[in-house]
Design a protein around this ligand. Sequence first.
Ligand SMILES: [Zn+2]
Length: 491
Amino acid sequence: MAELVDAQVSEACGRKLVEVRFFSSAPFLKYAQAIKKKFIFWIVRNNSEHFHFPFSDLGRVGVWIVFRRRTSTFFYIFAFFLPSGWFNCFGIFSLLSEQIQKSITINIVSYKMKPQKFLDYFQNRQQNILSLIREIVEIESPSRDFAGSSEVVNFLETETQKISADFQTERIVAENLGEHLIIRAFPSDAKPILLLGHTDTVHPRNSKEKNLTRIEENKFYGCGVFDMKANCVLILEVLRAFTELSLKPNKPITILLSCDEEIGSPTGRALVEREAERAEFCLVCEPSANGRVKTGRKGTANYTLRTRGIPAHAGLEPEKGASAILEISRQIEKLHSFNHFKIGTTVNVCLINGGTASNVIPETAECSVDVRFTSITEAKRIESEIKNLKSFDERVSLSVLGEINRPPLERTENIIKLYEKARKIARTFDYELGETQVGGASDGNFAGALGVPVLDGLGIAGNGAHTLEEYILIDDIPIRAALITSLLMAD
Ligand SMILES: [Zn+2]
């Protein structure tokens, strides 16, 4: 069950490091970790040669043996084996002097597992994963619903602790909105990898009656299942895989699941930026676009235009009035003229309100403007156009509120590199991972704006985000889980 590949001796920080690499199965690894020192029984003196044992080739692990001090002119290399009859050789362990035993620390710190093996692992867990998804989707957690948010965070925190008591969880209260959840796993001195997601949905309470949580063939329907509750479960499943397979990711993992992403992250933004700044790179587990990851996202800005005119009786003396609605209508035309599809700039009035009664020249009106852009320069240009709008009718006053919300996630060199890495991994299990750039923004935009490499849209494939037709594709779950896990293992 284990095949020694090679062993190397090196020097680091005044310590002798012996690295032993071998292939091994997951149960073996778990066992090896549990027993560590006790089952060391094979000693090779002063060596960096290759050894081969007739065991199967299932995965690859590196074991570092750290000599705290030099106890001999020779270096010892210890290898682990399965608990077969060989393990009756306890006696050999006792041959090691007390002093040497104390001077050795063994840590499994480096590991390469074939992505296909992760895929098998997640395929075997499919039923358990589906029941966890069902549970989380059944908890309704629209943005600004504190109770719903707390309930979903309770669920995730409990599940995390069931996986391992070693994972640190932290809940951050956002007043009147909900609770953010941070999970920290596999700590070390290295910069962590940030996994981003959110627990809020756009669906008001009782929506689940209109899109029942259910499975129909390969589709798992439910409110918020695609965007992105199933992916919150997916993230936990990645942690579980590491734990159950006794593996360690290449870097520490920080998970941030915010509670207000769907409303522009008014309180989540600062947390996203804080954690992203500390991170090596950031994997955003938002829904994929028909399976493709998102290597670029437009930025967003929202504005409200308000007009105030002069009210008058529409029948008796309409000439004395100045219509706020007419003014805002003219402004809407002007706003739409800012659209520049070629460079990806879109300006759309998506809400309008005005007037008081059907026979009164309207005194007030307002509209909401949705603006999207692919560069921050363009965002600033459009913002200045909007903020400098002038009334067509000087009797009507005009005010503009709002600002740039999310900066664009630009497809930088670093993002392409991260995507290429993911694509290579996906190919090992015969999956062609595509990429796309989309108009919708996410918290990945905030991370990207800080120069942190971001790969977005790593979530499970599906469709119908923000609608009552929302679903995920069940057979995509193991693929995404294996992809994320392998990405976290990759050098
Ligand atoms: Zn989302």
